[in-house]
Design a protein around this ligand. Structure first.
Ligand code: KIV
Length: 286
């Protein structure tokens, strides 16, 4: 299948066709996502929590993001891949934001970058877009500023908070972002923003009316166990599958059932005599 891009995503919005989006951090998951026909992959800075076991996304570095983006690119060469800009890779200055966004493209061949925040990162979005890079905004629950938000909490549940998010969404579109991601907001708000904006609006925990859905693969595949947000649907329980497989392996090794003859190599037939002679000779002297 041909790789989809920005214009395809616009057409999908106009046609009312929902887009599917998941996170991936490595080659195999990216490969499976592409095989399954997922439209877009986010190499989220959630990798800090899902892959590295940090208790937030704050420690994640550019280098870590780039390593995982490269692996995902190799696993899904025909899928639109978005690199997530980690904490402090874009907040400090506009040149910094442009340089780091550019690194995702130059060093990991991703198609676009995502950054968290509304009006307060508008100049960064403008700068990145002016440099010719596709950028997607991310508002609502923004994990990098969860401290300021009072934790991993839903946003936009009051009139005042909803108004702030609407202003952010309109500004992000005006700044040139090609799409917007809404996280953990009431469906009534995401539905209104999706209608207001010409660019596609995607949701994670934002109800059914956005132009597409995102889920974190560790959540939906059931292998990230630290916590599960309300909006997650588990499509598999890999934690159970993997733990059961490891337990069975432990049992079989302890009981001698693994490895069996079918897992062992044989000595080459015309080498058997010489082979046995060498082994016997060494056994005698040791
Ligand atoms: O890092 C990530 O996976 C994200 C999602 C939570 C939207 O930014």
């Amino acid at each position: 299948m041909a790789k989809k891009g920005r214009l395809d995503f616009m057409k999908m919005k106009q046609a009312g066709e929902k887009l599917t989006w998941v996170t991936a951090y490595d080659y195999p998951i990216a490969h499976f996502a592409e095989q399954a026909g997922i439209d877009m992959i986010l190499v989220g800075d959630s990798l800090g929590m899902v892959v590295y076991g940090y208790d937030s996304t704050i420690p994640v570095t550019m280098e870590e993001c780039l390593i995982h983006c490269r692996a995902v690119r190799r696993g899904a060469p025909n899928t639109f891949v978005i690199g997530d800009m980690p904490f402090l890779s874009y907040q400090v200055s506009i040149p910094d934001a442009i340089r780091n966004a550019g690194r995702f493209l130059k060093e990991a061949s991703v198609d676009a970058v995502k950054l968290e925040g509304g009006r307060r990162v508008l100049e960064q979005i403008r700068g990145i877009v002016d440099a010719g890079i596709l950028a997607i905004g991310h508002i609502g629950l923004t994990p990098q500023s969860s401290g300021q938000l009072g934790g991993f909490k839903a946003q936009g549940r009051t009139a005042a908070s909803a108004e702030e998010l609407i202003k952010d969404a309109l500004s992000i579109e005006e700044a040139g972002a090609f799409a917007l991601l809404l996280e953990a907001v009431p469906p009534e708000l995401s539905s209104a923003i999706t209608e207001m904006l010409d660019i596609p609006v995607y949701g994670i925990g934002a109800g059914p009316d956005t132009d597409g859905q995102l889920l974190i693969n560790g959540d939906m595949l059931g292998y990230f166990e630290a916590f599960t947000p309300k909006f997650v649907k588990k499509y598999a329980n890999l934690a159970q599958v993997i733990t059961d497989a490891f337990k069975e392996y432990v049992d079989e090794v302890h009981s001698g059932r693994f490895p069996g003859p079918e897992h062992s190599y044989s000595v080459l037939k015309d080498e058997l005599e010489a082979f046995n002679a060498v082994v016997e000779q060494y056994k005698k002297s040791h």
